[in-house]
Design a protein around this ligand. Sequence first.
Ligand SMILES: [Zn+2]
Length: 296
Amino acid sequence: MAQRSLNFYDIANGQHVFRVKNTLYKFDVVALSRNSEFFKNMFELSTATSSDLDPIVLPDNFFEWEFEIFALIAYGRPPAPDSQVWPKAGKASPLLLRLLELSRFLMSPPTRTMALNLIKARSFTFPPALLIHLSFEYGTKVLFIAAFHRLASSPLRDLTADDVNNIGMEVFVALAKVKELTQRHRHVVAAEEPIIEAHSSMCANNLACERDWHGVWWNGMGRFLLDGRNALSWTESVERFEAVEFGEMDADCRAKMLKLTRTGDAYAHSYNWITSVAETLMGGIAEELGDLRLGL
Ligand SMILES: [Zn+2]
């Protein structure tokens, strides 16, 4: 026997009774239609009435709480990102994927925007390959670049067969090329230290200063970036590098060159080209409505 919903039955202007699983809801046709093409079409095509005994039955593959989130959005009371409605951390991920699916079924841009916003805000709880898949599947560009960067910074061998399926061949090939290029760039950066353009006025021996900078760079950054067993990221390498011995290098020259290294110009380069490859790949995404209010 179906039960009336506590929150969505005695509702202002509620005209139609719906049943989702075993719960009855009474909704306002205008509020639903405004936020869903599915309901708009339904009410335009039918003038039939409904009641507790003869409700409009919604598809069985969705749950009550999914419709209740949609209803909150439809009634202009979307749950805040930190609302109790959302489970904590990674536990929210399946729920958000369902909500995205529901937004497509109901053709509801506001629901889609909310789901995408929350997925984006919690993107680190989703595997990057899945985010790439969602980008193509749901026609959205908002998740793509960050996900592609995450894939580009982890080893190809970590990709599972599912991941490869999710990203598709075109993205996989682009990723392999990016990684090869990044690796080559890493070798160049590791082998070529930034040039000391001008020594400090206190630097007593410019030649010794340059020689030691060259040697320390190769033995420090070179080793950290190229270590066959455990190559470090740029940021980790710089952190370690700051702690090594700098021989006869002048302290001011050293401070200046470390500052230059920290700004990471050499690495910004590879970051930018990964972004530009991601942007080219995103050209293949046909954007659907509903990202317009993401406010990115
Ligand atoms: Zn110097």
